[in-house]
Design a protein around this ligand. Sequence first.
Ligand SMILES: CC(C)(COP(=O)(O)OP(=O)(O)OC[C@H]1O[C@@H](n2cnc3c(N)ncnc32)[C@H](O)[C@@H]1OP(=O)(O)O)[C@@H](O)C(=O)NCCC(=O)NCCSC(=O)C1=CCCCC1=O
Length: 374
Amino acid sequence: MARTNVMIAETFPEYLVDHNLIDGEVESLCNGMVRYEKRPARRRDGSVAEGLYNAWIIFNNPRQYNSYTTDMVKAAILAFRRASVDREVNAVVFTGVGDKAFCTGGNTKEYAEYYAGNPQEYRQYMRLFNDMVSAILGCDRPVICRVNGMRIGGGQEIGMACDFSIAQDLAKFGQAGPKHGSAAIGGATDFLPLMIGCEQAMVSGTLCEPFSAHKAARLGIIADVVPALKVGGEFVANPTVVTDRMLDEYGRIVHGEFKTGADFKAGQVRIKEGEIDLSLLDQKVEELCAKLLETFPECMTKSLEELRKPKLQAWNLNKENSRAWLALNMMNEARIGFRAFNEGSKEGGREIDFVKLRQGLAKGTPWTEELIEL
Ligand SMILES: CC(C)(COP(=O)(O)OP(=O)(O)OC[C@H]1O[C@@H](n2cnc3c(N)ncnc32)[C@H](O)[C@@H]1OP(=O)(O)O)[C@@H](O)C(=O)NCCC(=O)NCCSC(=O)C1=CCCCC1=O
């Protein structure tokens, strides 16, 4: 090994081209709402690999469940490019601040107050969103989604664009589109059928009912799941989810399904009694980073490129059509749906009266913004 050290010392160049698109830090583009942190890479034995790092890309908008604004999307594109060209970076860890949400997709306040009724503006936003998904799928480093909390809507889509997902087991996974005026065509309709089969993809993409982390692991949306709730100082499995048996009395798989009724309520109480600790999540993420570190870099990149192809081909086939449809959709259902969420409340509800809308359309009533009162 001494000979390698000598060769490095004697032959590494004085000048290296910087392939970054911008000089500045990504934080400057979005007031720190996306953070880029280089953290020391460690071998499997825990020792620091001098001069090597993992790039942590962190959504920092916790008050809005780490939803991404337009500026955050721009910063994320450049952050993935920064990691992709940084010779010292070996893997990317993509996550959100806090322990409630990884990301809940597009920012519904911005959608309702700026993009609603402006298809030409949303078309430009969707250029940025598409570039963000493509930046993840095209990153020259393995991308790990550290699922620190719920992954919903576009958050689920950018999460599924990653190469690996490791989740804390209180997280939920799902789409919101058909309930909030959109369709999960920002990647979910491309990725879900490949990852979990057409039937379960249909359930997730249309009904907007979330999967638990345990079910997401069972179906194949994520690679691994770890407990995050501590009660009395001990880690326990998510108490609102069935984790202690595979089958019900009829032989149906129930592992990973949410509990119901009094059992679910008791699980919610237990969560409130405990404390959330993401140390096992970080341990599992670091273990994966170390395994990725101890490989040939070019062979790793080639393996990533080949194994990403099913997702990438589906994504590239559809992303421009999706962009066009989503832009026009901002004139009707997105305009109403995102305003209903943004102007609604937990108490009064955040969704329109779908039946009333359908009854009006059944009579051939033309679309106007007054069609649905909010
Ligand atoms: C189901 C939820 C994710 C969680 O519900 P709950 O646990 O009840 O929390 P809330 O009280 O609803 O939310 C807490 C506060 O966070 C704000 N919030 C949550 N999500 C967002 C968001 N995406 N943007 C902005 N703000 C958000 C929420 O308003 C609360 O704050 P407040 O001040 O009002 O108390 C639920 O939160 C939910 O359904 N969220 C919205 C999910 C959503 O619709 N996302 C967008 C989907 S569309 C999308 O992502 C797309 C991506 C690319 C392609 C096109 C497209 O449509």
